[in-house]
Design a protein around this ligand. Structure first.
Ligand code: ATP
Ligand code: MG
Length: 349
């Protein structure tokens, strides 16, 4: 049976799924209390598609990404759900389904998947680069782990990737250590490292924050090229809705650990359903609207240790109903073309 969380509207089994995330929950156990950073998120990502993930700071975007990579560290723990990886064999004739959360996070299998079949570009550029190895050593090692190349070939490929992410003098920079590079250069080196392995899944967490807009446009183009050539699936986390409009096929909107809305990109921009999505869209600066006319979202993000009961958005919601503050899980409501929303406004009357 096709899951209701897979895209598309027909009932045929979908053989193009790469990742299925089901009821994912990752909590942080701190002395101050428990932060339910990701609290029941479900979605799937097809091969060759890009999912944009948006939402205000602290809503759980990065923790969702780390959970998929099985990289959550103490005091955090993934306490529920599944991350099903539909892995194809070499000639694409059969696939096995692996629940990544059942693998040992630092075990051989998970490490082989992470960094080879999957790659992640982190929000903090230096986070994924080892400070004690040169950029070249790291790229060559990553490439050779997953592709049959000699050291010399992998180095050449690495230099080519550095050139493609617009690093100047790549023949020299390949022998530099991360601390010798600026933040923006580190970010580009990390992108080169992620793309060099031609991953099946690329998770890009605010990948272009330290870059100027021209380089950002080139990086987006490079990702699109990679996607077209290798059918890479991309999960692209960003605050920039203009980038989402440009790169994503589908969009997931998160609020306080929940996937409040999921839809094809056009539907998110033209028929947003969740009041939070509507507020998020109306807070984008537009050239045709005077600055003092811009809507700002009412209220502030709630304290993560003391989330409101019921729908976490209800205290800020202009359309709230009495049911929204009741201590019940807000159900999904499904529309055409994979559009779904978690909001009582749309539950059957
Ligand atoms: N290592 C950690 N220890 C404690 N709490 C954490 C940790 N990492 C994340 N959290 C908490 O989990 C919640 C979700 O954080 P997350 O980093 O996923 O947000 P985000 O949506 O990526 O925000 P941003 O847009 O600022 O990057 C936040 O309340 C955050 O404080
Ligand atoms: Mg983040």
């Amino acid at each position: 049976m096709k899951s209701r969380f897979t895209q598309g509207s027909n009932d045929m089994p979908n053989n193009n799924i790469l990742i299925e995330v089901k009821e994912l929950r990752t909590y942080f156990y701190l002395t101050e209390g428990v932060v339910r950073a990701v609290d029941g998120v479900s979605f799937s990502l097809e091969r060759g598609r890009t999912l944009g993930v948006v939402g205000e700071s602290g809503c759980g975007k990065s923790v969702t990404a780390r959970s998929i990579m099985n990289m959550v560290r103490k005091p955090g723990r993934t306490v529920g759900g599944e991350v099903l990886y539909h892995r194809r064999n070499g000639d694409d004739t059969t696939e096995e389904i692996i629940d990544l959360l059942k693998l040992e996070p630092m075990g051989d299998e998970m490490r082989a998947i992470r960094g080879g079949e999957f790659a992640m570009i982190f929000q903090e550029p230096r986070a994924s680069l080892s400070p004690v190895h040169t950029i070249g050593t790291q790229i060559v090692e990553a490439i050779r782990l997953h592709r049959p190349m000699t050291k010399a070939q992998a180095r050449e490929h690495g230099i080519e990737m550095l050139r493609r992410v617009k690093i100047p003098r790549p023949e020299q920079i390949i022998d530099a250590y991360p601390h010798q590079l600026s933040g923006g250069m580190c970010q580009r080196a990390m992108i080169a490292l992620a793309l060099a392995c031609q991953p099946a899944l690329l998770i890009a967490d605010e990948p272009t924050t330290a870059l100027d807009v021209t380089t950002e446009a080139q990086i987006l183009e490079l990702m699109r090229e990679l996607q077209a050539t290798f059918e890479t699936s991309i999960m692209y986390i960003t605050h920039n809705l203009a980038v989402v409009a440009e790169i994503a096929r589908d969009v997931m909107v998160m609020y306080m650990g929940k996937d409040v809305e999921f839809a094809p990109v056009d539907a998110i921009f033209h028929e947003p359903k969740h009041p939070y999505t509507i507020a998020l869209l109306s807070s984008i600066p537009r050239i045709d609207v005077e600055r003092d006319m811009l809507a700002t979202m009412a209220g502030t993000v709630p304290d993560p240790y003391a989330l409101p009961k019921g729908c976490p958005f209800h205290p800020r919601c202009p359309s709230r109903l009495p049911v929204c503050s009741q201590d019940i899980e807000v159900p999904y409501v499904f529309f055409d073309k994979g559009h779904r929303v978690r909001c009582h406004l749309y539950t059957a009357k």
